[in-house]
Design a protein around this ligand. Structure first.
Ligand code: BJ8
Length: 427
């Protein structure tokens, strides 16, 4: 946090538990320093993301308060299927609320079973423990019917915060697409109510262009990772997508484009962050929210390099764009609905698109191996791991399955498995 500005009055006005919040703010910089600042030869442009991280509960929250004071709204989201374009077009700033750290589990386990995935326990814990200024800044939080755990947890979460739940179908047939399109209309009505504004074509078109530009910048940054040696660590690339969920969109786009310029120059010069023969790993599975850097950290500290993520905090976030040619609001909403339904989450059945994506990304990024990461008790990803593993075997790509949570208790054991996997890849 900044040494200069005292944010405590702001946190207090948001209703945070200041003592608990202090504890959280002591833990994250240590984690960050160990995982991030210890890296060698990072792109200079990463200084921006270091700064954003250092102000994650400070300056960015102040910006959100200023935005609200100027008549805008802050809208919290938990899932990639929630269209940021519509939120922005109605004067909202979208902020991703998934949390990647254990918090207030003693309180959470009074209302949720212990064997609930860490992502759900964590978002409930951040709310029940009153330590997240993003949750407390939100005028509305949007949930979605993805996995059963989230769906049922939202019923309890909705008792604590203003919540709107979108019904996400679990198949991709024409009738499912029609249902989903209707859910976008329902979202527009709810956001118009909360913002007091009316959706216009011009605003939706501009928001679509801005969010696409953000995705294009991330596409550029990530495309450079296909080179050997990799010009940026997997950890840094993961951080860029994590920050994309809550940073100011045009500013973030500009800064990521600068990092991409730097990476393209590194590729041209043949310089990188790891030796050219370092084992290259594709990571696929459950999302990784800040400050969940555990798996990338283990791989890269063991001498490997993560070159791509088939994750919601990875390619699923930036690969697909919304078509920009529509000339009416309805047409744009159709295109937004189509783009978002085209995300391949394991909550869908069947989900062949994800298998195709994993194999394609492994090829494009010249991965030597695939690490399948699932949160414990995340049935969709833990079960789909079997299908991914079979496909990888058929394609001749070694795969390591890692089921874990947010604690560091298994780090030693996981580290040993990761090291053995990397050795095998080096053959
Ligand atoms: S689009 S991955 S963000 S639903 S980890 S809560 S699935 S039990 S988060 Fe997700 Fe949207 Fe899909 Fe992405 Fe359930 Fe699994 Fe927990 Fe999960």
């Amino acid at each position: 946090m900044s040494d200069v500005v005292d944010y405590r009055p702001m946190w207090q006005s948001l209703g945070l538990d200041l003592e608990a919040h202090d504890l959280l703010l002591t833990a994250i910089p240590q984690l960050y320093a160990d995982a991030y600042l210890s890296q060698q030869n990072r792109p200079e442009g990463m200084a921006y993301l270091d700064f954003v991280m250092s102000e994650i509960h400070g300056l960015r929250i102040k910006e959100l308060q200023d935005h609200k004071a100027a008549g805008g709204t802050v809208i919290g989201t938990f899932c990639l299927y929630v269209p940021e374009e519509i939120i922005r077009a109605l004067g909202g700033v979208a902020v991703g609320l998934c949390a990647g750290a254990e918090w207030a589990y003693d309180q959470v386990e009074q209302v949720l079973p212990r064997n609930t995935c860490a992502l759900i326990k964590s978002f409930m814990g951040f709310k029940m423990g009153r330590v997240c200024p993003y949750v407390e800044s939100a005028d509305l939080i949007i949930g979605e019917t993805t996995c059963d755990g989230k769906k049922k947890a939202y019923e309890l979460f909705g008792e604590l915060a203003p919540l709107h739940v979108m019904e996400l179908p679990q198949m991709k047939r024409p009738q499912d697409a029609a249902l989903w399109r209707g859910e976008l209309d329902r979202l527009v009505i709810e956001l118009e109510r909360v913002s007091g504004r009316t959706l216009t074509f011009e605003a939706l078109q501009q928001a679509t262009r801005e969010v696409n530009a953000k995705r294009r910048a991330l596409q550029r940054l990530n495309a450079a990772r296909a080179a050997a040696p990799a010009p940026i660590s997997g950890k840094d690339a993961l951080l860029a997508v994590q920050v994309a969920f809550y940073d100011d969109v045009p500013r973030f786009t500009q800064m990521v484009d600068k990092i991409a310029d730097e990476l393209e120059a590194r590729v041209a010069a043949g310089s990188g962050v790891a030796p050219a023969d370092a084992p290259r790993v594709l990571v696929t599975g459950s999302p990784m929210s800040v400050p969940n850097w555990k798996v990338h950290d283990l791989v890269e500290k063991a001498g490997g390099v993560v070159v791509a993520e088939e994750l919601c905090t990875g390619a699923r976030y930036y690969e697909k764009l919304v078509a920009e040619e529509a000339t009416t609001t309805e047409g744009l909403l159709d295109d937004i609905a189509a783009k978002y339904l085209d995300i391949n989450c394991a909550c869908f059945t069947p989900n062949p698109g994800r298998i195709d994506d994993v194999l394609r990304l492994a090829r494009e990024y010249k991965a030597d191996g695939i690490l399948h990461y699932a949160l414990q008790f995340c049935a969709p990803y833990q079960i789909e791991a079997t299908t991914v593993e079979r496909a990888a075997r058929e394609a001749g790509i070694p795969l390591l399955r890692v089921d874990t949570d947010y604690s560091m208790e298994d780090a030693g054991q996981l580290g040993t498995r990761v090291e053995a996997f990397l050795e095998m890849l080096q053959g």
